[in-house]
Design a protein around this ligand. Structure first.
Ligand code: COA
Length: 171
């Protein structure tokens, strides 16, 4: 069974272990739970949970964002973040949605499924479409976005700007 579970301050060692296994930064995806002690991780969870409930922009750029863990048969195998809206800088780097799969679980279709489920969450937050910004050399992520109906609508020197319809799986 595959499901998304929203980040909670009560999350435990299974999520912690996943976060230590995933690199801190990969292709622009920041895994800020990496490299923390278990106690620091519990404090971080609380901050992340609060971020999800905020309304406006903080520090000039931080927008509300909700994190979801993807569980496969009770094991966390990846996660994603949904930013509730965009700023000008997020429109060229960052976008609405970021995702990552635990290294040992890649290449089995979970990335595609994770993005599909995140788009359902984005729709639930009230978004009709979502932006993913993908480094030009990140073929796996581009394939994940395309498989979910993503269309390249622009580019910067570093990234493709890919928009996805959050209702794609309802067509
Ligand atoms: C991008 C990522 C989430 C993909 O996860 P995944 O579980 O391996 O993806 P899937 O198994 O669903 O594969 C999706 C597609 O990518 C292709 N793919 C997977 N790894 C690939 C690679 N290294 N190079 C090229 N294509 C690759 C698969 O063949 C598949 O394509 P298909 O639909 O044509 O068969 C994963 O590689 C990852 O976590 N990367 C690090 C973080 C990251 O880059 N996040 C995205 C930031 S925009």
């Amino acid at each position: 069974m595959i499901e998304l579970r929203r980040l909670s301050p009560a999350d435990g060692i299974d999520v912690y272990d996943m976060l230590q296994e995933i690199p801190r930064e990969e292709n622009g995806f920041m895994n800020n739970g990496h490299g923390k002690s278990f106690e620091e991780y519990r404090v971080w969870l609380k901050t992340m949970d609060e971020e999800s409930h905020r309304q406006g922009i903080v520090d000039g750029w931080k927008v509300p964002s909700t994190t979801y863990w993807m569980y496969v048969d009770g094991i966390p195998v990846g996660y994603g973040k949904v930013r509730h809206f965009l700023t000008d800088s997020l429109r060229t780097a960052g976008g609405n949605i970021g995702y990552v799969i635990r290294p040992g679980w890649r290449g089995q279709g979970y990335g595609k499924e994770l993005l599909r489920l995140l788009l359902v969450k984005a729709r639930g937050i009230g978004m009709d479409k979502a932006l993913v910004t993908i480094r030009k050399d990140n073929a796996a992520s581009l394939a994940v976005a395309r498989a979910n109906g993503g269309v390249i609508t622009g580019e910067t020197d570093e990234r493709y700007l890919v928009w996805l319809d959050t209702r794609e799986d309802m067509k």
